[in-house]
Design a protein around this ligand. Structure first.
Ligand code: PLP
Length: 375
């Protein structure tokens, strides 16, 4: 870990953190900003909720929209992508008899949200080496006359891939597309409005350094009138996206710290920091794969700058139970790096953030070789 950068965070120094994508890490200054917001509210809750929060939330929302480079009136604040997905499913009244197309790389809880409402999910299936044409074909082949929505992950979680959202959206039109962009804000530059999709939702707590419970839901102009928050409260009747600002008495302090998080992302170097992390990650992943003897295996689909899969030797973490056991062994050895299996093959997903350096991956390589051997 880079000590000068690691000290800006509050991560446990006894561990090597190679999994920033999972839950992010809140920088000290951002946590302090959230603490200040809480203290201000506690100083006079009545004043805060009555007179201050409406404007402060609107300002945070505007900063979040600016951060993902979309117009102020197009993006609402939500607590996480799961909430955004629920909002979208409700806005389309997804239920019994409706199909929603997801992919075999999609985040499992999105499918659960569809199924919990009585809808059915159909899977677009493709492998790690798929071409754009094959991915597009997988999505179009999964469509049925009952398909009401297509969900595509812009950065996949388990497999760390960047999927061709624009091409898939064009191919499945006029079926509306929801982009699960949970990993995207602060990790991948995107022109959201040019994707040709109906909905786009991204977490700010992963790569944008915001406290957890901070996410953005973007909705295309013609659908904004039909999108409502899950909880009806004092913002009811306000136009989208202000309609999402007040959903009863909850802790708004995470949203209030979004401006500090955005400032921290810029102070670290913004996209230059992302490029630096991508270099460290590529070198680190190559080093780990070389040590394991698995260099040169799949991936036709590009990886995002921030996360990538490294194949493990045959048989290692090849099942969910095997992956869980390896997670526990890595944790016991002082590493947070998630193993996972995809189509019977084991991988470890590596991430890079500013606090990581080459040494983190070199030490992980040694440990992995001692745990799973060489191919
Ligand atoms: C691709 C993807 N979608 C959705 C989610 C759900 O995000 P949350 O738990 O913040 O709602 C995650 C979380 O890691 C994710 O990686």
């Amino acid at each position: 870990m880079r000590p000068d950068i690691a000290e800006l965070f509050e991560l446990d120094p006894a561990l090597t953190h190679l999994n920033h994508g999972a839950f992010g890490a809140v920088p000290r200054v951002v946590r302090e900003a959230q603490d200040r917001a809480r203290a201000r509210i506690e100083g006079a809750p009545m004043r805060a909720f009555r007179d201050e929060l409406p404007d402060a939330i609107a300002a945070a929302r505007e900063q979040a929209a600016a951060f993902v480079e979309v117009p102020t009136d197009s993006a609402a604040l939500v607590r996480n992508v799961s909430e955004a997905v629920a909002v979208v499913l409700e806005s389309l009244s997804i239920g019994l008899g409706d199909d929603v197309v997801v992919s075999n790389h999609g985040y499992p809880t999105v499918s659960l949200a569809v199924q919990a409402r009585g809808g059915s999910t159909r899977e677009a299936r493709f492998g790690l080496g798929a071409s754009t044409a094959e991915i597009v074909a997988a999505f179009t082949e999964a469509l049925t006359p009952d398909t009401r929505l297509v969900v595509i992950d812009q950065i996949t979680s388990g497999t760390a891939l960047v999927l061709p959202v624009r091409e898939v959206a064009a191919a499945v039109a006029p079926v509306p597309v929801l982009v699960d962009a949970a990993h995207v804000p602060g990790a991948l530059p995107v022109d959201v409005e040019a994707l040709g999709v109906a909905f786009w939702a991204g977490n700010l707590h992963k790569w944008a350094f915001a406290p957890r419970s901070s996410a953005v839901l973007w909705v295309e102009a013609q659908r904004r009138g039909g999108v409502r928050p899950l909880v009806t409260s004092w913002s009811h009747g306000s136009p989208y996206p202000a309609s999402f600002d007040l959903q009863g008495t909850v802790d708004h302090s995470a949203w209030l710290a979004i401006p500090e998080a955005v400032a921290f992302w810029h102070d670290l170097g913004g996209w230059r920091n992302v490029e630096r992390n991508a270099d460290v990650l590529q070198r680190g992943a190559r080093h780990v794969a070389t040590a394991l003897g698995t260099v040169g295996e799949p991936s036709g689909i590009p990886s995002p700058p921030c996360m990538t899969l490294v194949p493990l030797p045959d048989g290692a973490a090849a099942t969910p139970d095997g992956a869980e056991a390896l997670w526990q062994q890595l944790h016991a050895a002082g590493f947070l790096a998630p193993p996972g299996s995809f189509e019977g093959r084991g991988y470890v997903r590596l991430a890079a953030q500013a606090y990581n350096d080459d040494d983190d991956y070199a030490r992980l390589a040694e440990t992995l070789v001692s745990l799973v051997g060489r191919a």
